[in-house]
Design a protein around this ligand. Sequence first.
Ligand code: SAM
Length: 501
Amino acid sequence: MTASTDNQILVDAPMELVWEHTNDVAGWPDLFTEYAAVEIIDRDGPSVTFRLTTHPDEQGDVWSWVSRRTPDPETRTVRAHRVETGPFAFMNICWEYRRQEAGVLMRWTQEFAMKPDSPISEDAMRDRINRGTVEQMAHIKSVLEERARKASGGEGSGGYGPGGLHAQRLLYLTCGMRLAAVVGTLAELGVADLAATAPRSVTELAAATGTVPDALYRLLRCAASVGILEEQPDGRFASTPLGDGLRADDPYSLLPLVEHSARSFVTKPFGALAHSVRTGEPATVPTLGTDIWRYFEDNPEDGARFDRTMTTLGRWETERHLDVVGPERFGRIADLGGGQGHFLAAALRRAPDATGVLFERPCAVKAAGEVLEAQGVAERVTRIAGDFFTDPLPDDCDAYVLKAVLHNWPDEPAAELLTAVRGAIGDRREARLFVVEHVVAEGNGWDHAKFLDLDMLVLFGGRERGPREWRRLLARCGFALVDRPREGHWTVLECRPVEAA
Ligand SMILES: C[S@@+](CC[C@H](N)C(=O)[O-])C[C@H]1O[C@@H](n2cnc3c(N)ncnc32)[C@H](O)[C@@H]1O
C-alpha cells in the first residue's frame, strides 16, 4: 500500500532567500530542529547525496539515513528520495515553491510505503510525518522570516549610523568591485581546487600558489567573510559550497564566467558605465578604441577566449534546450551566430538524418571545424562564413536557431535580423525559429539577467528582454510564440512564422 502526506506553509520572505536557504542542505541543522548533523556524500551537477542524523528522539534513539535530492530552480521544485530506505519500501519527496502576494508558498508532498516487516504501519507513519512536518515547517518559517528581515536591513537595523544594518549592507554593495577582484584572484590562484579535498594551511596554500603568506591570508580572510571559504579554528582554510563553484573540475563551475568578468575588455567598459547610461551607447569605443566585434578580431586571443566562455556556459543547458527544440522534428537546422558549433553538433547527434548550417563570423566559423569533426557531424554541416546582417541567410532550412545572439543587439538591428530570418522562411508555415535567451524576470527580485543586461549595454549596445519585450519584437518581425516564455532563466522561445504585426 502506498501512503502520502501533503503539507504547505506560507513564508513571508523573498523566493531567492527561501529557495537558497532551504536547499542549502549543509545548513539544515540550523534550519530544522530535528537534525543534529548533515554529511554531504556526493554532489553530481545539481544533485546532492547526503546523510542526515537526527537528535535523539523521546526514546533516546538517534536515526540516520542517506537521501538524494535534485533541485530544479527553473520550476522551483525539488525531487528527493531516500537512498537508504530503512523501514520504508520507498520514500519519495517533492518540494514545490510558489510565489504568492504575501510570500512563498512552500509545499512538501511525500509518497511512501513501509516494508512488510516494518513494525510501523503506513497510517501510523503518515501521522508521525504530518506531526513532524507541521512542527518543522513552522520553525523553518520563523527562521527564514527572521533571516529575510535581517537581509533587508529591516526592523531594528539601526539605519545608517555606524554599524547600522543599512550602512553595512550599503558598504557590502559598494565593495562589489573589490569582491569581484577577490573572487577573480581566488580563481586565478586556483585556491578552490587546492582546498577542495581537505582544509589547507596558509603556508601550504602560499607555497602552492607562489604568494606571500601574509598577503594571501588577508585575501582568504576576506573571502571567508562572504562565505567563499571557511577559516577553521586551527587557522586552515576549507572550501564551502560557494567556493566549490570555482573549482576547475566541476562541469557547472562558474570559473569561466569569473575569468571572463576579470578580463580588461570587460572591466574597462564597465568602468565607463556612466558613459553608457548617459548616452545609451556601449562604452567600448571610448575605452577599447573600437566596437567589441572589431576588438575581438584585432585581439584574437581575447576573441577566442570569449568564444570559449560562451561555449562553456552555453553547454550547461544544451540537453535541456534540445529537449524543447526537438531536433528530430527537422530535416535541416541553421544555427545563426552559432559560435563554435557545439549546439548544432549536439542537435545533429540527436537527429541522425538531419543536416545543418553553421553561419558565423569568419574567425568563429574557422574554429568550429575541429568541434564538428570531434562530434562526428562535420560532413553533415555546411559552414558559412558571413555577416548575418548583410549576407543572404540559408533559405532551405526548416529550423533556425538564434542562441544568445539577439541580446547582443538593440531592437533595430535585432528586428533586422529577425526579419531576414522571416524572409528566409517565406511561406513555409511549418518551419520554426528557436530563440534561446535569458528572459528577464519582472519585479524586484534577483535575476542574473538584470546584470547581464548591463554587460549587453556597455559591451555590445544590446539588451536583455522581458516576456513582453520579446513578444513585441517577434510580432513586429512576423513571428508568434508557441508557448508562454518562462521568466528568470535561459529559455527556448519557439516561434512560428505569422504575418508581421
Ligand atoms: C554571444 S555569442 C553566442 C554564440 C553561440 N550561439 C552560443 O550560444 O554559444 C554571439 C555570436 O554571434 C556571432 N556574431 C556576431 N555578429 C555576427 C554577424 N554580424 N554575423 C554572424 N555572426 C555574428 C558572434 O561571432 C558570436 O559567436
